[in-house]
Design a protein around this ligand. Structure first.
Ligand SMILES: [Fe+2]
Ligand SMILES: [Fe+2]
Length: 303
């Protein structure tokens, strides 16, 4: 018995499920990132966690900084780590470029395309849910931008609505941050993107880049930023002293319902976990009437 086959509340099960992963920052030869972080091991732990979900995700989306230096061997290592997991899950992988990536190598070594500095964009039809990957990177720089050509292309894509609406995936999130360093590396001229998105069917924006999970709205559209698999920003500090730490890694589980989209943060931890709830428990509940379920599971004892 799986969760999608029962409905105990007022919402039918999600129509689509997306796994949102970000900032893997792999290095050739698995050199320790910044001399501190084993990015390959941390990605492996994340992928083990993703596979333990036991779902067939409609897509696994990686929102950029796939590699730290854009090295061909790092893209090869990324494929080697991710593709078998995605294949076992039956899920397509969607790669988004980040400022640490290099477009030519990403195109050649990850996407099997001709190497060029052309923006890495794409459109996927996930059973009626449209996912659009944007490329906010600026060759040679770490801040983000979207040029006229890409905005015109996006406008063309969004001119026709999709049955279940559209999700945008981009590396630099169109959000303010409370950490000064990220303001230097922000997505510039965001009002131009806002004017393209006005009146379209875009229901959510997925981002990365910040190495911590956060959310907000942009032009009225919910924005959800996944933390990183490599290292995360220790936010339990004054904003001017925020630095990386080898802890707090997580990914997001995105559920697309008819009228809302939820983004659950899934910490990648190895912690002792209870075993009270199970498929067998859900099956027992499913055998009851709604009133019996309330009585069994909602009623406070002794009142
Ligand atoms: Fe990053
Ligand atoms: Fe980044």
């Amino acid at each position: 018995m799986d969760a999608a086959s029962v409905q105990f509340g007022q919402y039918p099960p999600a129509r689509r499920t997306i796994v949102h992963v970000s900032d893997t920052h792999l290095l050739a030869g698995n050199v320790a990132l910044g001399g501190r972080y084993d990015t390959a091991a941390n990605l492996r732990r994340t992928l083990e966690s993703v596979e333990r979900l036991g779902i067939r995700a409609d897509a696994i989306v990686f929102t950029g900084d796939l590699t730290d230096l854009g090295e061909p061997a790092a893209y090869a290592a990324l494929r080697e780590a991710v593709e078998p997991v995605a294949e076992r899950m039956g899920s397509p992988v969607i790669w988004v470029a980040g400022n640490h990536d290099e477009r030519p190598a990403l195109r050649r070594d990850l996407l099997d395309l001709e190497p060029s500095e052309e923006a890495v964009t794409g459109v996927w039809d996930l059973g009626g849910l449209r996912l659009v990957a944007l490329d906010t990177t600026v060759p040679g720089w770490h801040h983000g931008d979207l040029d006229d050509a890409q905005l015109r292309w996006l406008q063309g894509v969004l001119a026709t609505p999709a049955p279940l609406g559209t999700i945008l995936a981009m590396h630099h999130p169109p959000l303010p941050t409370h950490i000064p360093l990220f303001d230097i590396l922000e997505l510039r001229e965001q009002e131009r993107l806002a004017s393209v998105l006005a009146g379209t069917d875009v229901r959510a924006i997925l981002g990365g880049h910040l190495h911590h999970s956060t959310s907000g709205t942009f032009a009225g559209i919910p924005v959800s930023v996944a933390a990183a698999t490599c290292y995360t920003m220790n936010l339990a500090r004054p904003a001017v002293e925020v630095n990386g730490m080898d802890a707090g890694q997580s990914f997001h589980l995105v559920h697309v319902y008819d009228h809302t989209i939820t983004h659950a943060v899934v910490p990648v931890v190895d912690a002792p976990t209870g075993d009270y709830f199970s498929a067998e428990w859900v099956e027992r509940m499913a055998a009851l009437t709604p009133a019996e379920r309330l009585e069994t599971f909602s009623r406070k004892r002794g009142r």
